[in-house]
Ligand binder design. Structure first.
Ligand code: PLP
Length: 433
């Protein structure tokens, strides 16, 4: 038996698989820039930054690797003491965070900081209910499961008082309306749900400014966020922006909140923050942090570990020095324009949603009925992998969406190669029908 097959056999035997394997198994063993190599030496263009974000600065960035190595001999510090990389990183975050968000708590996973943000909203407001958007994704912990699609919480108890409202998904409007005649019914729905569907005890409204797993769903313009903010102010509700996918320049703006014109009270970061290492952060308005920090007991063993924060400081430096926003905008436009020209030839491309290097392509069997092309997307991604291009796929209800979210250093050459492959695969699939 070959080495690859032997490892897969052991994987089957010893590893718990919580993650669905849609495709033929691959064992990646190294990466550099936007290229990853598998155990057989085959190369792939990474169009998903690892897992929708961790490799946002690319693989094996020398500055990031150096920073991690420097702390390999002093990786941990008791979280109750002061550690230098944690202070430095918190300062860097405060300097670019949305207005008035200045104090940061660090965790290791996205779900963990979302929970912390919710706990602090509950403590700050003295209220207990939380509202999120349909198909939003915020993590896998039991409490957070109540905020995400039902399929993820099957057989689980759910947090009382956590509920969802339709997202601003104009391609499939939950209210059967069309923009702009709809007059933002999805945003205004928040108020009617607060009035009629809650005990008027809502502590927080949580949203991804641009929904990632849900299928790159974003409001049509800035009026949506304005209405949401007005409603939340009226009912003393905090807004938590989950920037775990959209943060640090993915959308061509520093924050997804900037892109949609949202003014959040707390933001959560993860994925893109630490060059592939597990670091996450909740960034608070000073008054929220100060009123709640003594009650939070947000003490987790690895909170703000020096090795993680030092690595993240290097990630920040790389993003700033290499002008992430300009690159995300420029390369995002190259990808979107090419996809639009492909859409003219491939009926299966229903809608292309950006912005920046945060792109989703919704695939449909029929443009009129918008029947989702679930199986086709599985095939397309598998066929592209065989040809050395790695695209992502949204999960749950949105498995008909191809995700294109490469590291920001992707070159035009690599983009062209990746999209040529997608084009070829779509043609092949069409000809097979
Ligand atoms: N929030 C968003 C928007 C995400 O995309 C994810 C993960 O995909 C999470 C939260 C959860 O992060 P983690 O998997 O690190 O818990």
């Amino acid at each position: 038996m070959q080495r690859k097959e032997k490892i897969i056999e052991k994987h089957e035997k010893y590893v718990v698989k919580g993650w669905p394997l849609f495709y033929a198994p691959i064992i990646f063993t190294e990466g550099e820039g936007c290229i990853v190599k598998d155990i057989t030496g085959k190369e792939y263009i990474d169009c998903v930054s690892g897992c929708a974000g961790p490799m946002w600065v690319g693989w094996k960035n020398p500055k990031v690797v150096e920073a991690t190595k420097k702390y390999a001999e002093f990786p941990h510090s008791f979280p109750g003491f002061v550690n230098i990389p944690r202070v430095e990183l918190a300062e860097k975050i405060a300097k670019i965070a949305p207005p008035n968000l200045t104090k940061t708590w660090f965790g290791c996973s996205g779900g963990e900081v979302i929970e912390l943000a919710i706990k602090s909203a509950i403590l700050y407001t003295g209220k207990k209910e939380v509202i999120s958007l349909y198909n939003g994704y915020h993590g896998f912990t039991i409490a957070v499961s109540a905020l995400i699609p039902a399929i993820y919480r099957k057989d689980m108890p759910i947090m009382p008082g956590f509920r969802q409202i339709p997202s601003p998904y104009c391609y499939r409007c939950a209210f059967g309306k069309e923009y702009p005649e709809c007059d933002y019914e999805c945003a205004r729905n928040l108020e009617s749900v607060i009035k009629h569907g809650t005990y008027n005890d809502v502590a927080a409204f949580i949203l991804e400014p641009i929904q990632g797993q849900a299928g790159h769903i974003l409001p049509p313009d800035k009026e949506y966020a304005k209405i949401i903010r007005e409603i939340c102010d009226k009912y003393d509700i905090l807004i938590i922006a989950d920037e775990i996918q959209t943060g640090l320049g993915r959308t061509g703006k520093m924050w997804g909140s900037d892109y949609i014109g949202l003014r959040p009270d707390i933001i959560c970061l993860g994925k893109t923050l630490c060059g592939g290492l597990p670091l996450s952060a909740a960034v608070f308005r000073e008054d929220i942090a100060e009123k709640t920090e003594s009650k939070l007991w947000g003490v987790t063993t690895h909170s703000g570990a020096p090795i993680l924060c030092a690595t993240a400081c290097a990630v920040f430096d790389v993003l700033m020095e290499e002008k992430v926003l300009g690159k995300a905008n420029r390369m995002g436009k190259v990808i979107t324009q090419r996809l639009k020209s492909m859409q003219e030839r491939h009926e299966i491309i229903g809608e292309i949603r950006g912005p920046g290097l945060f792109i989703g392509v919704e695939m449909v069997r029929d443009r009129k009925t918008k029947e989702e092309a679930f199986d086709e997307v599985s095939k397309i991604i598998q066929m592209c992998l065989e040809k050395g291009v790695w695209f992502g796929r949204s999960m749950a209800n949105m498995g008909n969406l191809i995700k294109i979210k490469p590291p920001f250093i992707i070159t035009e050459n690599q983009i062209t190669k990746a999209l040529n492959t997608l084009d070829e695969v779509l043609t092949k699939l069409k000809n097979k029908k």
